[in-house]
Design a protein around this ligand. Structure first.
Ligand code: ZN
Length: 204
């Protein structure tokens, strides 16, 4: 199995009067996370982990914080772009594990709903996502929410149709090689490589 791993981290400061969104879920709380976008600390960490797994840069590469287009943006936009990069690289998510670090609100009562939302956004099953939470003991960071995320990704198997196509091409190549060998031994015609009809790398 061809697998890769990605890691992501993010932090945002709590600010009064801002809506709180974590894992794409709106939470009842007097404070929200300040950020250029909607400040969804968990989605940002997961987005970075996915981009990192296929060495595709980070969230800032695609969405510079100063760009007015991403002001108050729904962070699922960032996640979708990371998923596109992942797909483009030929990989899919095996599982995601995250740890939130925040003093309040309590995550345990909403962890199930958060996991469902995250699984939906990622297009995976519930047993492929995990959201854990801790309080920032001894860090003096009660005004901050942090999130760590790791993602394991696996290479998508070639569809059967493409596999059989490449087998046909392989057979054609072998046949051409035999003919070339015969020609060069009989007539002294120099061997040349015949390019395949199309580039198989592009059909993914
Ligand atoms: Zn962020």
């Amino acid at each position: 199995m061809d697998t890769r791993i990605g890691f992501g981290y993010d932090s945002h400061e709590f600010k009064p009067g801002v809506p709180l969104r974590i894992a794409g879920l709106a939470l009842e709380h007097p404070e929200g996370l300040a950020g250029h976008s909607d400040g969804d600390v968990l989605l940002h960490a997961v987005t970075d982990a996915i981009l990192g797994s296929v060495a595709a840069g980070d969230i800032g590469t695609f969405f510079p914080p100063g760009d007015p287009r991403w002001k108050d943006a729904d962070s699922s936009i960032f996640l979708n772009l990371a998923l596109e990069e992942l797909q483009h690289a030929g990989f899919r998510i095996a599982n995601v594990d995250t740890t939130l670090i925040l003093a309040a609100p309590k995550i345990a009562p909403v962890a199930g709903a958060m996991c469902s939302r995250l699984a939906d956004l990622l297009g995976v099953n519930l047993d492929q996502v995990s959201i854990k939470a801790k309080t920032p003991e001894g860090l003096n960071l009660d005004h901050v929410a942090q999130c760590h995320a790791v993602v394991l990704v696996e290479r998508v198997q070639e569809p059967e149709e493409l596999k059989s196509m490449s087998e046909v091409i392989e057979t054609q190549k072998q046949l051409e090689d035999v003919v070339e060998d015969l020609l060069s031994s009989v007539h002294g015609v120099p061997k040349k490589r015949i390019a395949p009809v199309y580039d198989t790398e592009d059909i993914t």
